[in-house]
Design a protein around this ligand. Structure first.
Ligand SMILES: Cc1ncc(COP(=O)(O)O)c(C=O)c1O
Length: 397
């Protein structure tokens, strides 16, 4: 039986049409397949490999940690160097109000913990979210995600969740003294890269303050440099009460984190004690990679240069009439086309040409790009040529 057939027959599937690239290795901007083909990775594991595949500093940190110890104890009991290093790296770039980090296993787990913390801190139950949002695939995180098509089959979900229209000031009045937490992706990712206005974000912050609701910003996809700043909330001049991180935080390893003030995080320690617990959260090997990845983002990426090269890459598509709109924040891109069918042809043609693009969960007529932030400009421009070629070659078919 071929590896492909075994995969289809025995590994849990998520769609009827997986990409099915048989991976041999990955390095920097490229994934190499077993059939000898190489792929320029313009998706980076969906905003995970922000510093490319197998960054040498991440690999070296991993090797060092593996030689010291693997799992030793459930999260929160022992003092472990790589956890300490990761949190020190994060605190250096976080606002001083956010001085506590709780390390978990995934983005979704960070969301679950954030929702619980908002309830615990406020003693309230209502959660407020926004249409178009994606926060994860577990019951709690799905309850605050906006895509009804994906949710229907799994109801009943969490009660007491309200949805507001994204970037719509008038809706903010629906956040009240009953609201425990308001959750928002700082930049909506899977809705097709949607950036709210500064006015909206400031009004949201103010409304949460007025009614005593926790403002939770989900930066799992848009954080860790993806938008051209370390954290996307820096674009808006506001500081959330809780931030969730994941994806690129691990430098290619699985991790999530919940960031808040340490005094609020401490609510998990009593009434009840062990308010959020996790066996593998803060795993020393993963944290060693994450500490290195954050350090690399801080020391090897220049935000002004990133913005300039991303703008020049975007400009390359100006003449391409089939692209109806490009939405970009830093290196987070949505390219709108006339239909989902058109997008599918382009994504498939790009793959044939050795370039990986991808879809959005909740936005069928766009394709997305989230390349490594440290991709050299010449490689980015080569990617633009390949994508434009794929669009031209599939036109009219
Ligand atoms: C904004 C956002 N929140 C939460 C998640 C869930 O993270 P994970 O898949 O690591 O559990 C994702 C994943 O795509 C995401 O993009």
């Amino acid at each position: 039986m071929s590896e492909r057939q075994f995969f289809l027959d025995h590994l849990g599937q998520t769609t009827p049409f997986p990409f099915l690239i048989e991976v041999e290795r990955a390095e920097g901007n490229y994934i190499y397949a077993k059939d000898g083909k190489s792929y320029l990775d313009m998706i980076a594991g969906v905003a995970v490999n922000n510093i490319g595949h197998r960054h040498p500093k991440v690999v070296s940190a991993l090797k060092n940690q593996i030689d010291q110890y693997l799992h030793v104890m459930v999260y929160g009991e022992f003092i472990q160097d790589s956890q300490q290093r990761l949190v020190k790296e994060l605190l250096e770039v976080l606002p001083e109000e956010l001085d506590g980090v709780y390390i978990v296993n995934s983005g979704t787990e960070a969301i679950e913990a954030a929702l619980k913390l908002a309830k615990r801190v406020t003693g309230r139950t209502e959660l407020v979210s926004f249409r178009g949002s994606y926060h994860g695939s577990t019951h709690g995180s799905m309850s605050v995600s906006g895509n009804e098509v994906k949710k229907l089959a799994f109801r009943p979900l969490l009660p007491d969740v309200q949805f507001l229209t994204h970037n719509h000031l008038a809706d903010l009045e629906r956040i009240t003294e009953k609201t425990a937490g308001v959750i928002l992706e700082t930049i909506q990712g899977d809705a097709g890269v949607r950036k709210p206005s500064v006015t909206f974000m400031k009004a949201l912050r103010q409304r949460c303050d007025e009614v005593g609701a926790m403002l939770i910003l989900d930066e799992i996809q848009c954080g860790m440099g993806r938008t051209g700043k370390m954290f996307a909330f820096e674009h808006f001049g506001i500081i959330p009460d809780i931030v969730t991180l994941g994806k690129a935080l691990g430098g290619g390893m699985p991790i999530g984190a919940l960031v808040a003030s340490q005094s609020r995080l401490n609510e998990f320690t009593h009434a009840p004690m062990l308010g959020h617990i996790t066996t593998f959260g803060g795993h020393p090997v993963i944290c060693s990679a994450a500490a290195a990845a954050v350090h690399v983002l801080k020391t090897e990426i220049s935000w002004p240069e990133l913005e300039a090269k991303a703008q020049r890459f975007e400009d390359r598509f100006k003449e391409q009439k089939e692209i109806k709109e490009i939405r970009r924040v830093g290196m987070m891109f949505a390219f709108d086309m006339e239909s989902a069918e058109r997008v599918e042809k382009v994504v498939t043609k790009c793959m044939e040409k050795g370039l990986i693009t991808f879809w959005f969960l909740s936005h069928p007529y766009s394709f997305r790009l989230s390349p490594p932030l440290n991709m050299e400009e010449s490689v980015l421009m080569h990617a633009a040529d390949l994508i434009i070629g794929a669009i031209d070659e599939t036109a009219g078919y």
